[in-house]
Design a protein around this ligand. Sequence first.
Ligand code: COS
Length: 379
Amino acid sequence: MELSQEHRMLQDMVRQFVAAEVEPVAAQLDEEEKFPAEILQKMSELGLLGIPFPEEYGGAGMDTTAFAIAVEEVARSCASTAITLCAHISLGAYPIYTFGNEEQKNKYLPGLCSGEFLGAFGLTEPDAGSDAGGIKTRAERKNGNWVIDGRKVFITNGGKSKVIITSARSNPQAPKHKSLSTFLVENSNPGFKLGKTEKKLGLRGSNTQELIYENCEVTPDALLGAEGDGFKQAVTTLDEGRIGIGALALGIAQGAYDRAREYAKQRIQFGKPIAKHQAIQFKLADMATEIEAARLLVYQAAWLKDHQKPFIKQSAMCKLYASEAAMRVTNAAIQIHGGYGFIKDYPVERYYRDAKLMTIGEGTSEIQRLVIARQILQE
Ligand code: COS
């Protein structure tokens, strides 16, 4: 697949940046559960925090394909940094760009794009994950304002963001899918506080946060779009976000494969490099094929979105396939490394741990199959 010259230049630029600034610290971020704040600062100077948004809002004026390329390149070295970037753009900034009024866009997008502050998406709750319409957080009208009460869990960047896109049930009497609304809640707002910061199997450098809303009062201008549109806004955001997770999974798979391939060429057993043994060649061939297929699906979904064509099915397909391929590829990468793959002297165990979340976040593999099935059955 040929990238355009603009995309190729972006890819080269991000690749060089990652080699110089991300790769050297990726293992440390994982080991010490350290948030990549300094890397984000440097990324913002390159314009990476606002890649797909128009220049008038401080963005880089590029497209979803460019976003996918950048996420993939970062994930090849550090999935913790990649998911921080990915969630900031596709879950933190995208809903404001897509559903916000001019005032809201001008208030938040320049700061989000410049990296002055981060954004997060508060949808998931203790009892509402796959069933996005089942959230219990309430937003009630009081003296012309909205008062939000509830709890969000597993929120990527939740503890590091100034603005949290918050889904809440504003009209319990309305039908399930018409009863949610979305609010832009700032972290300094009275009644908003941080709960537990999660410790995780993988993506340990990223921030995964519980958020607590207690009598959290926001003014009417915090409402994003129309009242009752919250469910549609959330699923539409996830449609776009899944392209990012597909790209992230693709980058993890590519990074693990690159390392397994190099290792197989160096490691001597039975008097020759293990890459000369057919058992290992077949593994590498399968890995390379799956990565290629995942890449085509990710870029197809991004292309469709960039050309204003329907992409719900393809974004779910690319996320489903790339994440499950990443599990198989990272597993094979450890197998090729043998005992060395199981210890922390080599990075492939980190890739294996990081890959798992790709089959869960922004909709489990089961939800992706459900979304795909609903789409193909109505075609
Ligand atoms: N994109 C756009 N619109 C969608 C959609 C999607 N992916 N999925 C559903 N809709 C629309 C439907 O077309 C329907 O619209 P109408 O009312 O106009 O007919 C409406 O939303 C309700 O759809 P449906 O009846 O299918 O809703 P369900 O409650 O059965 O749930 C799923 C649909 C499961 C697809 C939804 O809850 C979902 O996406 N869940 C996963 C959430 C998720 O990814 N959580 C992880 C968050 S991590 S940030």
